[in-house]
Design a protein around this ligand. Structure first.
Ligand SMILES: [Zn+2]
Ligand SMILES: [Zn+2]
Length: 262
């Protein structure tokens, strides 16, 4: 099994360092650490969203050192936010260190961190379909930016259970799948949604099937934020892929896709 989405205590909202996370890696063939890249100044006032500025090289060294002795393949990645016209100031630094994977994520719609439980009240009174369209517009722009290898938790906007009509979701899935295919990015099936109010994989089976029809490569991840979450229910992610017609999935080494049988 492949876990391509793993955090550590460096991001300010997770527990366990690299070594602690790897104590739970025995069932996994690949673990890619994907700590949150530091955000631009002022966007993380409480230090709760990403690792601190200047911590990148230490993080990279910690992962590379653990890789030397770990019983499983350990790779270095980052999770990087799509911030509209703002850019992550350190994306160039991490890419220069020979990173294996850059995950692309949308957590911000403008200045609203729509998936932050402490900001849940800001969903009140919003037009849910419009929020979804605003969200996916950013996901598609991110996919085409060329900054990312894999788009993370593609339908994260459903986290708290706010959803538009099924027909809207189905047409969004087809549109996003065509855009991902054209952009050449992969997507992850994330088991984090199974731990959240939506109680569903990210993305839903509707999206996974649309991605399968469009030929978008897939990977799997737990988005672990504690050692116990490493590899969380990845068998469910694999079976969702198989039932959508996937026969293989991928992970990334030096930002090159490596395919493995499912
Ligand atoms: Zn994320
Ligand atoms: Zn994450």
């Amino acid at each position: 099994m492949i876990d391509c989405h793993v955090h550590t205590c460096r991001c300010g909202h997770a527990q366990g360092d690299v070594a602690a996370m790897l104590l739970h890696s025995s069932a996994l063939e690949v673990v890619t650490f994907t700590e949150h890249l530091p955000l631009p100044a002022g966007m993380d006032p409480n230090g709760e969203y990403s690792m601190s500025s200047g911590e990148l090289e230490e993080y990279a060294a910690e992962v590379r050192e653990a890789a030397l002795t770990a019983p499983t393949k350990v790779l270095l990645g980052v999770e990087s936010d799509w911030l509209d016209d703002r850019v992550n100031p350190e994306i160039g630094t991490i890419v220069d260190t020979g990173v294996d994977l850059v995950l692309g994520s949308v957590h911000f719609i403008g200045d609203w961190v729509f998936d932050d439980p402490s900001l849940l009240h800001q969903w009140e009174g919003r037009d849910v379909e419009k929020v979804w369209r605003d969200y996916f517009e950013r996901v598609v722009a991110a996919a085409h930016s060329g900054n990312f290898d894999v788009m993370a938790h593609t339908d994260l906007v459903k986290k708290f259970g706010f959803r538009p009509a099924d027909s809207v979701i189905a047409s969004l899935a087809d549109e996003v799948a065509a855009e991902f295919r054209a952009a050449g990015v992969a997507f992850e099936v994330s088991t984090a949604g199974l731990r959240k109010p939506c109680q569903e994989l990210y993305p839903s089976q509707t999206f996974i099937e649309a991605f399968s029809r469009a030929g978008v490569p897939a990977t799997t991840g737990s988005d672990a934020h504690s050692p116990a979450e490493l590899g969380y229910r990845l068998a469910d992610a694999e079976s969702a892929l198989r039932s959508a017609g996937y026969h293989e999935m991928c992970y990334f080494v030096q930002r090159e896709r490596v395919m493995v049988a499912l």
